[in-house]
Design a protein around this ligand. Structure first.
Ligand code: SAM
Length: 289
């Protein structure tokens, strides 16, 4: 089988299998060998690694990963891609393709079976329609992983790496910096994909911390507080939290906690650091009914 990662061989295999792109699955296949090499370099794959690839498509990046890693597990939702993957990956005995929705499959169970439960590396050119749910599921379900190296919409990469007080800063930035160190690796132009997406893309690496840098009394409560604070971006932190309705702490008590933390009563949530959100959520946890 010819190496993929260029327009000619991609078109050839797609035509041979009469494949039609499914917009609903966010299918934009990489056709640039140079970018593929850089993604695999950024993921720091070694021959000891077990890699999880989300959405292998026709197997382009899978081939690059299989050349470097000990093993690759590739989870693909589209049944029409499975026979193509059987063909494009036929010369690799270290790849396992699983026909599943990545949001429904039990990834920890797969890691247990395929890597004795030891942490894996996630590498993917993600389907953009579910980027955030996939990242949040990987983190919140405590999947045993060392790093996530992914192609995402450029705007989403910016949100993941945003600093407090900037327009891109929000719940996603805080979730990412709670679990991992984010580093944008490179921007990728639309011409590197088939079909071309109508947004700019970027590769970002999230290196998982062994344990979070802050200590939240209750992790899911911390994220409930963060979401409540960003629900109404234009409101003050006090109004955002007291309007949320699901926290079970009175407005007076929230005001008291904000004052106790030495913050202005009119402060907005978007200026708080992860450390401040953690402190706030720990106080609110003690105060809640
Ligand atoms: N990795 C390939 C590449 O770089 O050329 C394809 C990337 S394409 C942007 C996204 C892939 O994810 C498609 O193959 C799509 O069918 C698959 N996909 C979409 N939703 C998925 C889901 N929920 N679970 C698993 N795969 C999914």
């Amino acid at each position: 089988m010819a190496t993929l990662g260029n327009a000619k061989n991609t078109i050839e295999i797609l035509q041979k299998h009469h494949f039609s792109f499914q917009k609903k699955f966010g299918q934009n296949f990489l056709i640039d060998g140079n970018i593929l090499g850089k993604i695999v370099d950024a993921a720091q794959i070694t021959e000891d690694d077990c890699v999880l690839e989300i959405g292998p498509g026709i197997g382009t990046m899978t081939q690059y990963l299989a050349e470097r890693a000990r093993s690759v597990i590739a989870v693909e939702i589209d049944k029409n891609l499975i026979p193509i993957l059987q063909e494009t990956l036929s010369s690799y005995d270290n790849v396992k393709v699983i026909h599943e929705d990545v949001l429904k499959v039990d990834i920890n169970h797969i890691i247990q079976e395929e890597n004795d439960g030891k942490p894996i590396k996630v590498v993917a050119n993600l389907p953009y329609y579910i980027t955030t749910p996939i990242i949040m599921a990987l983190f919140e379900n405590h999947i045993a992983l060392q790093s996530i190296t992914i192609m995402v919409q450029k705007e989403v990469a910016d949100r993941m790496q945003a600093a407090p007080g900037t327009k891109d800063y929000g719940a996603l930035s805080l979730a990412v910096c709670y679990y991992a160190k984010p580093e944008i690796i490179m921007k990728v132009p639309a011409s590197c994909f088939m079909p071309r997406p109508n947004v700019d893309s970027a590769v970002i690496r999230l290196t998982r911390y062994e344990k979070p840098l802050v200590e939240a009394v209750d992790e899911s409560w911390l994220f409930a507080v963060i979401r409540a604070s960003f629900n109404q971006r234009r409101k003050t932190l006090l109004n955002g939290l007291s309007n949320a309705g699901n926290l079970g702490v009175s407005k007076e008590k929230i005001a008291e906690i904000i004052a106790q933390m030495g913050l202005s009563p009119t402060i907005r949530g978007e200026t708080l650091t992860l450390e401040q959100f953690t402190e706030l959520s720990n106080y609110l946890f003690l105060a809640k009914a």
